[in-house]
Design a protein around this ligand. Structure first.
Ligand SMILES: [Zn+2]
Length: 368
């Protein structure tokens, strides 16, 4: 239908229904404001439909808003086309999803733009001597409610407030920019059901947050950076802070001879429990699985391992990492390396080095 030329000016705002989401009241994420679906008609009060009552455009506006009555309506800034607005909304919903999942310990239900939630019933016929019909549900169940308590939790989370602010920042520094990139990757990995893609996405998120683009021993750098946030965290006894630094963190792959020494340490740790830093070895295992997926052995990534990597990142690593990016907006990764490099040498370090070099398991390192 041909409209007047004023239609080519982008709208000031878009209202877009979000499926399966219930919120207690207005909720801002980045530049997007989410409203309970019941607020629909109020949102067009200052801008009534272009046609009179009983005309198509008039009725369609209210029908559309009514259809979201039981869920949520997103108010997205205009100024560009609706595709850009939908992308901006998806980004905000991604952040909300990470918040949702980080607070859940069991399988969650989902929400999103129409068509973005994967939910389907695959039906089939199974054949033995005779045949029988069957079906399998694939995807996420639709429908999630945030309570007033979850809103307060959101409002008090420095990490999520930072992420939300970073989305709205038109020219973010490196820290907030990394925060957003990693969050998008992680949110996509979280909605992914195929284990190889999930694993790739989870590791890509960690790389986006904690790795500079450069050549050299990137896997070892990533393992060291991630381990800084995870080692000793669940027991509240953090490596290099509450207790002496463990050799996995102390050894830098960028020091002379560092790589070969770390490899020897890794071997010791793989063979003898006392030499293990479970956090470091776990990140290396994740990276291995990710590399299998990327380099042609996707079957070797099992669902359990991908889910467990996702769970750890969502529940333990994400918020400390986001807070680091918040506190180090200019050079977060260089600052992190400098911080780890600057931690005092652990006691008995020279003997430990000798033991690592000679693969002598008998010197017990101060590891947990
Ligand atoms: Zn450790």
């Amino acid at each position: 239908m041909a409209r007047s030329s004023s239609d080519r000016v982008p709208p000031d705002r878009y209202l877009i229904p979000v499926e399966g989401l219930c919120i207690p009241h207005r909720w801002e994420i980045g530049r997007v404001a989410l409203h309970p679906g019941t607020a629909g008609t109020d949102l067009v009060q200052d801008a009534p439909p272009i046609e009179d009552e009983d005309d198509f455009f008039h009725d369609r506006v209210y029908e559309l808003l009514d259809s979201a009555m039981e869920s949520t309506i997103a108010e997205v800034p205009g100024g560009s086309d609706v595709d850009a607005a939908m992308e901006e909304l998806r980004e905000s919903l991604d952040v909300l999803r990470l918040f949702q999942l980080s607070r859940q310990t069991t399988q969650s239900t989902s929400f999103g733009l129409s068509g973005d939630i994967r939910a389907s019933l695959v039906e089939y016929v199974a054949i033995w001597e005779k045949s029988a019909p069957g079906s399998r549900f694939v995807g996420d169940y639709v429908g999630f409610t945030f309570t007033e308590d979850s809103y307060n939790d959101w409002a008090n989370s420095t990490a999520f407030q930072f992420l939300s602010g970073s989305l709205a920042d038109p020219s973010p520094a490196e820290g907030p920019s990394r925060a957003v990139t990693g969050a998008r990757l992680l949110a996509r990995a979280a909605t992914e059901h195929r284990p190889d893609l999930k694993m790739l996405g989870v590791m890509a998120a960690l790389e986006a947050w904690l790795l500079n683009r450069q050549s050299g021993p990137q896997t070892l750098r990533l393992a060291r950076h991630v381990t800084w946030f995870g080692c000793g965290l669940p027991e509240n006894d953090q490596c290099g802070r509450d207790r002496p630094v463990c050799p996995y963190l102390h050894l830098s792959p960028d020091c002379k001879g560092g790589i070969s020494r770390i490899k020897k340490l890794q071997e010791l740790g793989s063979t003898y429990d006392a030499w293990r830093c479970s956090e470091w070895h776990r990140v290396m295992d994740w990276y291995d699985a990710r590399s299998d997926a990327a380099h042609g052995n996707p079957q070797s990534v099992d669902t359990k391992e991908a889910n467990s990597a996702e769970y750890c990142v969502l529940h333990y690593l994400m918020e400390p990492i986001l807070n680091w990016l918040r506190e180090h907006p200019q050079n977060p990764v260089a600052d992190l390396e400098a911080m780890i490099d600057g931690v005092e040498e652990p006691g008995g370090w020279q003997e430990m080095v000798k033991a690592i070099n000679s693969q002598d398991r008998s010197v017990p390192p101060s590891l947990t």
